[in-house]
Design a protein around this ligand. Sequence first.
Ligand code: ATP
Length: 578
Amino acid sequence: MTFKKLATYFSQLEKTSSRLRITEILADLLKQTDQNETDKVCYLSLGRLGPLYAGIEFNLAEKMMLRVISQAYGISEEKAKKEYKKIGDLGEVAAKFDKREKPKPLTVNQVYERLEQIAQDSGEGSVERKISNLAGLLGDLDAESSKYIVRIPLGRLRLGFSDLTVLDAFSWMVAGDKSKRQEIEEAYNNRADVGQIAQIIKSKGLRGLRSLKVQLGVPIMPALCQRLPTAEEMVEKLGKMAVEPKYDGQRLQAHYGIKTRGVYLSHTGCVKIFTRNLENVTHMFPDIVEALGKEVKAKEVILDGEAIGFDPKTGKFLPFQETMKRKRKYEIRRKAKEIPLKFFCFDILYKDGRDLLKRPFNKRREILEKVLPSANKTVVLSPQIVTNNPQELRKYHDEQIKKGLEGVVVKKWQAPYDPGRRGYTWVKFKQEKGKKGGGLADTLDCVVMGYYKGKGKRAEFGIGAFLVGVRKEGQFLTISKIGTGLSDEQWREMYKRCEKVKTGEKPKQYQVAKDLTPDIWCQPKIVVEIEADNITKSPIHTAQYALRFPRLVRFRDDKSPEEATSLREAEKLYKLQK
Ligand code: ATP
């Protein structure tokens, strides 16, 4: 396929807001790709060069892109900048100045290879090389293709869909409807790489997906929790269960192949640590990497757990915000000393070539206990009790709350690992309904959709209120306009974050009533955890629900907008409070 053709699809996708229509267009696009290019088409249409977890970055900022455009089209940087100020999109600027006749159109694979080379270039002189190679590429492309190519390194392709829509499109491609989506998603949950999934479907059909095993180095979608109102209902639904403390730190999935004398014991060997939204954060946790090597009794493992910071003087666990300070690009070693971590492992998903996802939890736990035999280390076996008694469960829960933890997670004792899904194999138990005089059973993680400028005292912050929403099949529906419940510091932070992601137009995935139109729209990037007293029915919000007395708990940098609370979950919370 030529890149020119791909660009015409991008153009159609960009103009479309109906999710169903987007899925159909994508399915048609994928149908026309060959096996050797289908993965690249998936990645590029998501604005990337590889799976999410590969985290391939161009390191090309706007300023550099202005130089690229200036070189590519022989205009001054000043002129490019002036145009950018007028149009507000560097892609459009490139398209505007691209006037030359082009040679034969490049294929998707050719363009991809050149982009990959640019992204991977590093070391001395790499900035200049990146600029001139990208300018060279633009020179070989037509105006429309250039528009999209410019947006990719800047992280601004934004065709308005995520990996999950691409999975839908696979189903439409093979079956003409969404009937195969679940089967495809199951494969993706075990191996979160849309490109690989596309290639398997192209070469072997859906049957190829059925034998897909976990692969060391490729993240598995982490299992998540459901909510139930009382200890009794938890026991009723799950039966015999393990009860574990719920740590309020950072979820990490560690892939570890042991090295001896600098060589991995197996050819698949690697060391990688992923967050719950599949970000590769290995370099941020050198202490955990080191500890895995010393403390794990296996050649290869995938461990699931929560890392939590502690005060080296008192040994006390630190609040979430403190632990999150470890997530940084610079001064990693210094922070690791200041905020040492314990990595509490509560599951093992793979060991020495064996995929353990289908093994029941009690068996996985036996294996985990053998792999992590020693206490008091950095990599720690999460404690647990096993029970089917609500009183015992409640007692253990209260003990954890007293210790300053969030509560407990209960886990069905004989269930397989349930990647990505919020099935009733894991249930979180934070605060029992009614115990603290009503309130919601849980907080909501909402997406900030826009903000309103402040009046009076608020003018000082530049922001007086903000609009948040929940997710429904790739769209965001409003559920609250929040103008109180933030400290001064939180308002300043909110303003700073909103400014970074503001956009001139309403993002096409937003459904917002006219009366609630914010002064400034924000791209769906910021996820905030919101606590509220109640959820009520609302005719004003497009979610048809509203939050009463909402308060900002914290920014959820560990969650992507696709992981925000869904409308269905909000509905469940609404029903749970009755
Ligand atoms: P919350 O907002 O309540 O922290 P969440 O929305 O991040 O929860 P949930 O699926 O509701 O995610 O809860 C699962 C999260 O709880 C996991 O992602 C993990 O980070 C954390 N956690 C802490 N301790 C445990 C444990 N023992 N077992 C499983 N998950 C745990």
